[in-house]
Design a protein around this ligand. Structure first.
Ligand code: SF4
Length: 141
């Protein structure tokens, strides 16, 4: 069992417990299936899961593929079958999002560091000005 599978089961369980399961999940074709098929181990086929998602002869496609894919992208899921895509297809979509996340984090950290440096500098200037004023008062007295 993969860690991702464990996380998915845990998330479903928590959603059920606190009643925050997104509405679209109620319509998911995979709602009553074992999620294991959606996280095939290396060398195993994803065909069964893809058939549940995308339909096929005598089977309708899952009606919430778009919502499922959007949720997967929002959560940066990059393994398993989501929205009718296999992991390799999903990774191609998620990789640029992860790169954008990293760039945004880097920028956020740089801004925070610059703000801290500016605050330190302002504090040092204020302290120097106070010391200078005291010295000038003593000299004048
Ligand atoms: S598209 Fe998503 S919700 Fe629908 S069957 Fe596939 S994995 Fe489940």
């Amino acid at each position: 069992m993969t860690d991702r599978l464990t996380l998915t089961r845990l998330r479903r369980h928590i959603h059920d417990l606190v009643g925050i399961r997104p509405e679209w999940e109620e319509l998911a074709s995979c709602a009553q299936t074992d999620p294991e098929a959606f996280f095939p181990e290396k060398g195993q086929s994803a065909r069964q899961a893809l058939r549940i998602c995308n339909g096929g002869p005598g089977r309708e496609a899952c009606p919430v593929r778009t919502e499922c894919l959007n949720a997967a992208l929002a959560q940066r899921e990059y393994s398993g079958v989501w929205g009718g895509l296999r992991a390799s297809e999903l990774r191609k979509l998620v990789k640029p999002l992860l790169a954008a996340d990293r760039a945004a984090n880097k920028e956020r950290k740089a801004k925070a560091a610059a703000a801290q440096a500016a605050a330190r500098e302002a504090k040092a200037k204020a302290k120097a000005a106070k010391t200078g004023a005291r010295t000038a008062t003593r000299v004048a007295a």
